[in-house]
Design a protein around this ligand. Structure first.
Ligand SMILES: Nc1ncnc2c1ncn2[C@@H]1O[C@H](COP(=O)(O)OP(=O)(O)OP(=O)(O)O)[C@@H](O)[C@H]1O
Ligand SMILES: [Mg+2]
Length: 418
């Protein structure tokens, strides 16, 4: 066990108030928010009521020495870098499956080692929050934390290595290594990520993730999506409280408008971020892209008017999808994004409702595939709303349509239930 600081975890709250403006950014693309909103007064909310020692002792993970991880990554060789973020670099390493000690590359199991290079309290807080949450959770759609290192000034985290990297790379990186993700894989990833978020919001976990974005969605060999990076996660409100008051942190383009203006954090802030990611998957465009023409920098602002329009929706859809989707499927996803991106946070659906909608899409996609392989058998029960694009007539999507697509009685609302 590394040295415990014994102190209760507190937010440093040393940043000057900026009247809701952001004073500092630390992300690799300079887009990470890290500043005070003048109204986010309870800036000293700890990520949990536990002390640092309690967090480290209760984490169900291995404690590595710095030397273990130096050996596992061959001295943090530059050619083993998997990616870089605001926290530091992430390296590929190898450890023995049973003893978890460092081993030769190509033997044992691959791991991803994240090394904190950001000095100061905030970096330590994020590192500790990661140990606190990921050290306890175990879910198919959350990345597994294998261990950590806390030694002198070193802060490292060791995760299962996700062989296909981040969704961000698959959606936005160009080059022969990154083929565009198919529609079906996008839907699979959206469903997996939604299940991860739904688990975090469940009564069992009651956590607000606060940094839902494509670089934090990692992909397994079979494209199972897993959420990583719990550095900004917060315990949800308790008792009668409707929100948690925090400093405004997160990433530009993904943070919900009411959270940006008030610092009041709720699970609905995550739902907004989910809507942004859904839109990125639909369009193949980044949430914020300054290289686009004027008026198209902010994806949500640009796309919003097209999403509910039965013909204009094609302006938003990623041209690299080349008609792999059914029109009704694309409209359902667009309508779901609109619901998630509602300005009024209470009007946004719960994550459970989102999962239900996405499962409906998945089921209809599977039914369509069966129809293609066995036109006489499996497809007989299909309706025109659930099969390929040729059978689809463009029609307006209402929330009733969304619920029908999810196989629910529209009279029983699945949306907006919190
Ligand atoms: N467990 C992992 N397996 C494989 N690759 C990973 C793993 N964790 C992180 N990576 C890669 O490293 C990159 C950097 O991750 P990191 O979480 O540090 O930063 P980020 O999410 O890209 O940015 P930010 O710091 O702004 O959140 C990821 O985008 C991903 O490509
Ligand atoms: Mg990340």
């Amino acid at each position: 066990m590394g040295n415990c600081w014994g102190a209760r975890i507190k937010d440093g709250s040393t940043h000057p108030g900026t009247s809701g403006m952001f004073s500092r950014s630390s992300g690799k693309d300079g887009s990470r928010l890290s500043a005070c909103s003048s109204r986010a007064s309870s800036a000293s909310m700890p990520p949990s009521a536990k002390t640092e020692c309690e967090i480290l002792q209760s984490a169900n993970v291995k404690v590595f020495s710095y030397n273990d991880l130096r050996l596992a990554t061959r001295n943090f060789r530059p050619d083993s870098v998997l990616g870089e973020g605001g926290f530091g670099s992430v390296y590929k390493g190898w450890i023995d499956e049973h003893t978890l000690s460092a081993c030769k590359p190509g033997t044992g199991i691959p791991v991803a080692v994240k090394r904190l290079n950001q000095e100061g309290l905030q970096g330590h807080r994020e590192w500790l929050a990661e140990v606190n949450y990921l050290g306890q959770f175990c879910h198919t759609n959350l990345v597994k934390l294998i261990g950590y290192c806390l030694e002198d000034e070193y802060r490292l985290l060791v995760y299962e290595c996700m062989p296909r990297g981040s969704l961000e790379n698959h959606l936005f990186r160009r080059g022969s290594h990154f083929q565009p993700l198919s529609w079906n894989l996008r839907m699979k990833v959206a469903l997996g990520a939604a299940k991860g978020l739904a688990y975090l919001h469940s009564a069992e976990a009651k956590v607000i993730y606060r940094d839902f974005k494509t670089s934090n969605i990692l992909l397994d060999t079979d494209y199972t999506a897993k959420l990583s990076d719990f550095g900004l996660a917060k315990d949800g409100p308790v008792g009668e409280k409707s929100h948690v008051s925090t400093r405004v942190m997160g990433t530009y383009g993904y943070a919900a408008p009411e959270y940006l203006s008030t610092g009041h954090l709720t699970a609905k802030s995550d739902i907004y971020s989910f809507g942004v990611v859904l839109l990125e998957m639909l369009s193949g465009r980044r949430a914020i892209d300054k290289n686009r023409p004027q008026g198209e920098h902010n994806l949500v602002e640009w796309a919003r008017p097209y999403l509910t329009h039965k013909r204009k929706i094609f302006r938003v859809l990623d041209t690299r999808l080349e008609g792999q989707y059914s029109l009704s499927g694309a409209q359902t996803i667009a309508a779901l994004a609109v619901e998630c991106l509602k300005f009024e946070s209470k009007m946004r659906p719960s994550m459970d409702a989102v999962v239900t909608i996405l499962e409906g899409i998945q089921d209809s996609g599977e039914a369509a595939r069966k129809l293609a392989s066995d036109p006489k058998g499996a497809g007989r029960k299909m309706t025109s709303t659930s099969v390929g694009r040729n059978s689809d007539k463009p029609r307006r999507k209402s929330s009733n349509d969304l619920q029908k697509a999810a196989g629910r009685d529209p009279k029983t609302s699945v949306l907006h239930s919190s």
